[in-house]
Write a protein that binds this ligand. Structure first.
Ligand SMILES: Nc1ncnc2c1ncn2[C@@H]1O[C@H](COP(=O)(O)OP(=O)(O)O)[C@@H](O)[C@H]1O
Ligand SMILES: [Mg+2]
Length: 345
């Protein structure tokens, strides 16, 4: 980068003045040698003429050069970027402007490449995680079936026990595949939100009823707290997925004899839906990561509970696709509260 900013016009002017002065000096020398020094005024005329002519020639040459060379460069960049045809202003420091544009363009490219690299490594991780997640229940099922074949077939008690264990693992795989289906729909942009007026209190009650059996097994008490009905604009199937994910989490990561409450707050244009539990809680350092795909705080416990680690990633996406926000507050060993907003009708 040049320190002194010179426009093409400056370059032409300065060079032609130099040529003019040199021409005048040369004329004076010739006149002096020819002993016709009294004609010195001719030298000035020659100098001025030379200056004007060379200014014209240099200016045009520079303009042509810039037009050809830099325009080609601009064209290449703008073809990739899809920008406008460039116009060259000779009163500007064209090279510096072009340089800046190229730098800007290069920075954009670097950003894009970094993003692509990240996505790529993310994909590799994703496939690795997925293979692992599928392998575990499959190996379990294989183990149960082998045991049955080898020792248990004649024993009805062992039969039942191992088949029900196998069934649990199949459940886990089905859940994982359903979550994957949601994630892939989200990724490809196929997931559509069809909003309609929904009584969110009623929907929550239905979901809680559906989860009664699971909650009872874990000895967690689920309740919807409300004083009035709230009608929100949302896709009921998707919000059902959100609520049921959050509620199942509150059961899976709840304590024996724990409580989960669903509450609603009127926020003017929005309704805040809150799912609060008094379960195991989440440490601060894990809070930032729970929305990551396949991220689980305690792998061993979650595995036991049968989670895929995809639930919250899906929840976050659905809430945001509704134009809402998902929040979490948690105190380790005391409990967790998830909340999200939905637009009122
Ligand atoms: N209510 C909660 N209480 C404590 N930890 C939770 C709660 N909800 C989610 N988590 C933590 O966040 C992780 C990610 O949750 P999620 O995406 O639903 O995956 P998972 O399939 O493991 O349930 C869980 O593995 C768990 O460690
Ligand atoms: Mg979950």
């Amino acid at each position: 980068m040049s320190q002194i900013e010179r426009t093409p016009k400056d370059v032409a002017r300065q060079s032609s003045i130099f040529i003019g002065v040199m021409g005048a000096l040369a004329t004076i020398t010739v006149l002096w040698l020819a002993e016709a020094f009294e004609l010195w005024a001719v030298a000035i005329v020659v100098g001025i003429l030379l200056e004007e002519i060379s200014y014209f020639v240099i200016y045009n040459a520079v303009e042509k050069f810039i037009d050809h060379r830099i325009k080609v460069l601009y064209k290449t960049i703008s073809k990739i970027k899809g920008g406008d045809e460039p116009s060259i202003n000779m009163d500007e420091d064209v090279v510096e402007t072009a340089n800046q544009d190229v730098m800007e363009w290069a920075e954009d490219q670097i950003k894009e490449i970094t993003l692509l690299r990240e996505t790529d490594s993310f994909r590799k991780d994703f496939i690795g995680n997925l293979a692992h997640e599928l392998k575990t229940p499959l190996f379990n099922i294989q183990g149960f079936i082998l045991t049955l074949l080898e020792v248990g077939l004649d024993n009805p008690e062992i039969n039942r026990k191992f088949l029900s264990k196998a069934e649990k693992n199949i459940d886990r795989m089905t859940g994982l595949l359903e979550d994957l289906d949601s994630i892939s729909k989200i990724e490809s942009g196929v997931m559509t939100i069809d909003p309609e007026p929904v009584n969110i209190v009623e929907l929550s009650n239905d979901i809680v009823d559906n989860l009664e059996r699971k909650a009872k097994d874990a000895n967690v008490n689920l309740k919807v707290r409300y004083t009035e009905d709230f009608i929100v604009l949302c896709d009921p199937q998707k919000i059902e997925q959100v609520l049921s994910n959050l509620l199942v989490n509150s059961i899976n990561y709840g304590k024996d004899g724990g409580k989960t409450r669903v509450r609603f707050y009127d926020m003017g244009d929005n309704i805040l839906v809150e799912v609060a539990d008094d379960g195991i809680g989440i440490k601060e350092e894990d809070l930032l990561r729970i929305y990551e795909r396949f991220y689980r705080v305690d792998k061993s416990r979650s595995r036991h509970a049968g989670g895929s680690g995809l639930g919250l990633a899906i929840v976050k996406h659905i809430v945001e696709a509704h134009g809402g926000n998902l929040h979490v507050r948690s105190t380790f060993k005391e409990g967790t509260t998830f909340s999200f907003t939905l637009k009122k009708v």
